[in-house]
Design a protein around this ligand. Structure first.
Ligand code: SAM
Length: 291
């Protein structure tokens, strides 16, 4: 097969869409890639090789799935749109290492899928051009399931990718950055122009790489309390940390108690939440909640 025959070309994609009289569903975030060079780069950045297992979310007509099948050992792809299942059977018929499952990714038990479709010694990665309307629930859902997935390499809106990978003291830094970086090392590997999609999305896209940490970045006594404290600290971004904490703990802790906890955790309450590192948030949460 030559590069010109790949699904991810304007010519073949248009042919497939025409043959099946396919109409895009905006509500399912359907923007298909028509440039195989971009897909090759994503796969290269994801370090996929012939031993890798890959889970794809939303194969569409199979443009990325095809490139993954060429590079990886095997691919399991979840597609919610039933209309695409017979199309994928046709477009991917030349490959025997792909399994397409007609299921909503938000309903999938990934641990079971990994046990069933991949061997115990196989490194499993997610590679996907995500449906943009549910990028955060998909990624947070995967992270919270605590699976053995080694890395997630996903295309999503540039603005959301920036929030997930943001460092303290930047506008993009917030509770989402902390939730993602608690579980993974996050980096943006490239931006993707609108012109490589059909139809073209309204936003610029980026490829985000998340590499799972063996242990969460920090140890916290209680994750729910930690994440709730982080959220409260960013609630009013222009307010000081102390002010946000006073609002959050109203009726539970008084001002003097909050100041005492801040002192004990060695954190200046006049700082803003956006200046605290994840380690500092953990220290503060552990000080307050172990009291
Ligand atoms: N991978 C293809 C490509 O790059 O050309 C298509 C990507 S398109 C941005 C997103 C795909 O995700 C669509 O095929 C859409 O039908 C599918 N999708 C949307 N919501 C989904 C869900 N909850 N579970 C699984 N697939 C979903």
């Amino acid at each position: 097969m030559t590069k010109n025959d790949y699904i991810a070309t304007p010519k073949r994609t248009k042919e497939i869409l025409q043959t099946y009289d396919f109409s895009f569903k905006k509500s399912l975030g359907q923007n298909f890639i028509i440039d195989s060079n971009i897909l090759r780069k994503i796969i290269e950045y994801a370090h996929i090789d012939k031993t890798s297992g890959v889970i794809e979310i939303g194969p569409g007509i199979g443009s990325l799935t095809e490139q993954l099948a060429i590079s990886a050992k095997n691919v399991v792809a979840f597609e919610i749109d039933q209309r695409l299942i017979p199309i994928l059977e046709d477009t991917l018929s030349a490959y025997d290492n792909i399994e397409v499952i007609n299921q909503d990714i938000l309903q999938v038990n990934l641990t079971e899928i990994i046990e069933k479709h991949f061997s115990p010694d196989q490194a499993v990665h997610i590679v996907a051009n995500l449906p943009y309307y549910i990028t955060t629930p998909i990624l947070m859902g995967v992270l919270q399931q605590r699976t053995s997935i080694e890395s997630m390499n996903v295309m999503l809106q540039k603005e959301v990718a920036e929030r997930m990978a943001a460092k303290p003291n930047t506008k993009a830094y917030g509770s989402l950055s902390i939730a993602v970086q608690y579980y993974t090392e996050a980096s943006i590997v490239m931006d993707v122009p609108k012109t490589v999609f059909i139809p073209q999305p309204n936003v610029i896209s980026s490829v985000l790489r998340l590499v799972r940490r063996d242990q969460p970045l920090v140890h916290v006594h209680d994750e729910d309390q930690f994440f709730a404290l982080v959220q409260a600290s960013f609630k009013h971004r222009r307010k000081t940390l102390r002010n946000n904490l006073q609002t959050y703990f109203k009726g539970t802790l008084d001002k003097a108690q909050i100041d005492a906890f801040l002192r004990k955790a060695d954190i200046d309450g006049t700082r803003r939440g956006e200046s605290l590192t994840i380690e500092e948030f953990a220290r503060l949460a552990n000080t307050i909640y172990s009291a």
